[in-house]
Design a protein around this ligand. Structure first.
Ligand code: TRP
Length: 339
């Protein structure tokens, strides 16, 4: 698949085959049997889901990708200058790695070469993005890991100390916002356990802002986000033999100012019956009933400080755009209290 000059600079490790099918079935079953029906965003990103997500990122209303890219384009040299020794660059949920280019470019500019270790659930996304990057950057070595975050974390922990290089772990796109606030602290805390003192995290976080901007961003006029969310029903139909009628469900995004979260749901427009033979389920939906699909939490400056502190990090430096829409945060792991 790789062209001549990229040969030998690409490896792909298939993470331990997580029993995705089993996890998916359990999640769908418990979500649909719950009193308030829900599904987990974890399963949105199959190969088609990853493609649809790339499409979201190009919608005019969906500002986070563009704004984050513009911040990184401007400050990538500053970001990489905060780390002296040449680091390995790791990225959680790299997808197309479109924004990561700016970091890669700045690191290669500064150090001449770079080892990039993208972790993503979609093997197709990893192969595609690596092909482009290797062509563009002759000094680049890509070690891709097809796995979920959790597995990625384990690999980070195993790798710690095995090379002299510190690691810059990029976690962009405000993916942390898709965790509930408490879970975000827990996950970042777990991430810190896998790091050494010289490692850093670069976290991209979407900031709290005007409700109209957020509601538009998560419900684009072209209906891309709706299709992305509905892809989960398509996946249930395909993989579990379900018979969801997509026409029965309407996508809805609503920013809850107090929670600071955009809540994404599918609303059932008329009573319907859905069978999922593989799970032995026969589920009734009443008109107006909703399936809660996903949240996207937004952060204030104070909330970012608290998140970092509670997870055991110090905010070393931050960068944002002129409108204060989005922020890049450089996190330095702090020693365990008492150690
Ligand atoms: N982390 C992104 C966000 O919350 C991902 C995202 C964008 C997303 N649009 C979405 C996730 C729609 C689920 C559904 O902005």
């Amino acid at each position: 698949m790789m062209s001549g000059s990229s040969e030998g600079r690409f490896t792909l490790i298939q993470g331990p085959e997580m029993d995705t099918n089993r996890a998916f079935r359990d999640d769908v079953r418990s979500g649909l049997l719950a009193r308030s029906k829900r599904m987990s965003c974890r399963f949105l990103y199959d190969d088609r889901g990853s493609k649809l997500f790339e499409e979201i990122c190009t919608q005019p209303e969906y500002y986070p990708t563009r704004v984050e890219a513009s911040i990184l384009e401007r400050v990538a040299p500053k970001i990489v200058s905060t780390i002296d020794a040449p680091p390995h660059l790791i990225e959680l949920g790299s997808g197309s790695a479109e924004k990561t280019r700016f970091l890669i470019e700045a690191l290669i500019e500064r150090h001449g070469s770079l080892v990039f270790e993208p972790i993503d659930i979609s093997r197709a996304a990893l192969e595609e993005s690596a092909a482009g990057l290797l062509e563009q950057f002759p000094g680049l070595i890509v070690r891709a890991i097809a796995a979920e975050y959790i597995t990625g974390l384990e690999l980070l922990a195993q790798e710690a100390g095995s090379s002299e290089s510190p690691r810059l772990v990029a976690w962009l796109g405000s993916s942390i916002g898709n965790f509930e606030r408490r879970d975000a602290v827990t996950f970042l805390g777990a991430l810190r356990q896998s790091l050494l003192p010289a490692d850093r995290i670069l976290l991209g976080i979407d900031l709290r802002k005007d409700a109209a901007v957020l509601n538009a961003a998560y419900d684009d006029a072209a209906g891309t986000t709706g299709r992305f969310i509905k892809n989960l029903l398509v996946r249930i139909n395909r993989e579990l033999g379900g018979n969801f009628d997509l026409e029965c469900f309407r996508y809805q995004a609503r920013y809850d100012e107090e929670q600071g979260a955009v809540e994404m749901s599918l609303i059932c427009e008329r009573p319907c019956q859905v069978m999922i033979p593989e799970l032995g389920l026969d589920i009734h939906f009443t008109a107006g009933e909703s399936i809660h699909m996903e949240d996207s939490y937004k952060y204030s400056a104070t909330e970012i400080e608290a998140l970092a502190r509670d997870a055991g990090f110090l905010v070393q430096e931050c960068w944002e755009d002129d409108r204060h829409y989005f922020r890049e945060v450089l996190l330095e792991p702090q020693p365990e209290p008492g150690s």
